[in-house]
Write a protein that binds this ligand. Structure first.
Ligand code: HEM
Length: 501
């Protein structure tokens, strides 16, 4: 025992010295980039540990260093970027496709699904999944968007002509139902029954993910098992995987028996046999390198869609409703557009053609995504040394944070960036692909962006046709979590819209 203490101390000192030497090497080789001021040993940890301060701190430095600088978080040095020229270099090419370390916290749920996969697997998966987001497939989902928007309308009716309330949980359950129905072909009925095990597991897994990003004990695989959340995490992931695998198996059985029936029944559409294809069906049909996907591979992609496709859309929906509630002149113009499209029949479902005509609503969504990007920052990592301009090198293993929030609020491209002004997106105004990036940009951008835009138009159109959105008088307190949140809720008031036309 007496010898153990000095051995442990020695090991610790050796480890810290090793980290220190590595960090010094990086500092020397990355001197071409300005460094945000840091404190000894901790670097910038203290100023970045509060989720409501992070975005303010990054905005300050992005402005000061023209969107390109470095920070340090104890042992690691990161490049932080919001400069469009650098982003074109970073996101526009196929050189730096790997995600940063923090994405590993999702890997026991999503495995090598599209969002988290390393470059080599990603290339094949992206090629396999891209056809699933073809317009002809997305068009079939509009019915699902409409039926869930109808449920949301019914539920929100109970909130109308009453007190201020937080609209986020309602948007979240609606987005969860939509992504579940379109991805797996089953309704989890989250809007009417928000207390199921599956929904609880999704929520808790997202909470633990955030904790792991910010807590020094939960961050490292070595120390995470010392916390209760480690065991909770295992249980939640089991619940999530069991749910998805059960549905995959069920769907496979259904498809098998439908093939049998199809050979017996001629007019299969009348018999209700041919179901609308959902993402899962497309994955069951798909091949990679000439072979079908295993159940596990399919599960990873299904789980990825469930994760990437619900909280993001819910955030965007709720922030857009908030912006409408606080800008009556914008809301008035949006309602006039709806009246033109729907005439006297405000109850009917939105068609694909209607959605094409919702030009002003689209501008509103784009402006809300600019000011409140649901994914406020993303991370990449270099696998090998990469040359940037003037012979400057980004070393292998460098984490690069892209601050989408700061990109979208750059006054050079968006005068008065903190002002909600949908007219910035009038048709003839085109912004550089790398100056406005709510869905990221380049080859690894959001595969679901068209899906999300259609979904949001359907839901917002329904809400606007039936409710007047009123300000709650409560400001947003922005907090950068897995997605952008408002710490005090996204509070609005609703009034039933009695007069139509
Ligand atoms: C307003 C809604 C949405 C926003 C703002 C959004 C934003 C983003 C962003 C910024 C990324 C890049 C992430 C990164 O580089 O780490 C991304 C990736 C992704 N998104 Fe979305 N997303 C939205 C909706 C959706 C929906 C509805 C789906 C699925 C139907 C989806 C599926 C994905 C997937 C699978 C990826 C990974 C793509 C890849 O790596 O190739 N997203 N999204």
């Amino acid at each position: 025992m007496a010898i153990l203490v000095p051995v442990l101390v020695g090991l610790f000192v050796a480890l810290v010295s090793y980290w220190w030497i590595q960090l010094e090497k990086r500092r020397n080789k990355m001197k071409w980039l300005p460094e945000a001021p840091r404190v000894p040993l901790l670097g910038n940890v203290l100023e970045l540990r509060d989720s409501t301060e992070i975005l303010k701190v990054f905005m300050k430095y992005c402005e000061k260093y023209d969107g390109l600088f470095t920070i340090e978080l104890i042992t690691a040095k990161f490049i932080v970027a919001s400069n469009p020229e650098f982003l074109e270099f970073l996101l526009g090419k196929m050189d730096i496709l790997d995600k940063s370390y923090e994405y590993k916290f999702l890997s026991n749920w999503l495995g090598s699904g599209l969002l988290t996969a390393d470059a080599e697997i990603w290339k094949k998966s992206r090629k396999m999944l891209t056809p699933s987001f073809h317009f002809s497939i997305l068009e079939n989902f509009i019915e699902t968007f409409n039926s869930n928007a109808d449920i949301l309308k019914e539920i929100l009716s109970e909130k109308a002509d009453a007190e201020t309330f937080d609209v986020f949980p309602y948007a979240a359950m609606s987005a969860l139902d939509i992504i579940s129905e379109t991805t797996m072909g089953v309704s989890i009925n989250a809007q009417r029954n928000p207390k199921s095990d599956y929904i609880n597991a999704v929520k808790e897994k997202c909470r633990i993910l955030i904790e792991r990003i910010y807590s020094p004990i939960k961050k490292f695989d070595l120390t995470f098992p010392l916390t209760n959340d480690y065991y909770a995490d295992l249980n939640h992931v089991k619940t999530l995987h069991d749910h998805t695998l059960k549905i995959i198996n069920k769907r496979k059985q259904e498809l098998k028996s439908n093939v049998k029936k199809e050979t017996m029944v001629k007019n299969d559409e009348d018999e209700g046999i041919k179901k609308r294809k959902v993402f899962l069906d497309l994955m069951l049909d798909a091949t990679i390198d000439g072979r079908q996907l295993s159940d596990n591979e399919i599960r990873q992609e299904v789980d990825t869609f469930m994760f990437a496709g619900h909280d993001t859309t819910a955030t965007s929906l709720s922030f857009t409703l908030y912006c409408l509630s606080t800008h009556p002149e914008v809301q008035k113009r949006a309602v006039e557009e709806q009246q033109k499209i729907f005439g006297s029949d405000r109850n009917r479902s939105a068609t694909h053609r209607d959605l094409q005509e919702m030009k002003y609503l689209e501008m509103i969504i784009k402006e809300s995504l600019r000011m409140y990007p649901p994914v406020p920052y993303i991370g990449r990592k270099t696998k090998r040394d990469i040359s940037y301009k003037d012979g400057n090198v980004i070393l292998a293993g460098t984490g690069i944070l892209v601050i989408i929030f700061a990109v979208n609020r750059n006054p050079k491209y968006f005068p008065e960036p903190d002002k909600f002004n949908p007219s910035r997106f009038e048709e003839n105004k085109i912004y550089s692909q790398y100056a406005y990036i709510p869905f990221s940009a380049g080859p690894r951008n959001c595969i679901g962006q068209k899906f999300a835009m259609l979904e949001m138009k359907v839901v917002l159109s329904k809400v606007l046709r039936h409710f007047e959105l009123l300000p709650s008088g409560q400001d947003l307190i922005l907090s950068a979590q897995t997605v952008l949140k408002s710490q005090n809720g996204v509070n609005i008031k609703l009034k039933k819209r009695d007069i139509w036309n």
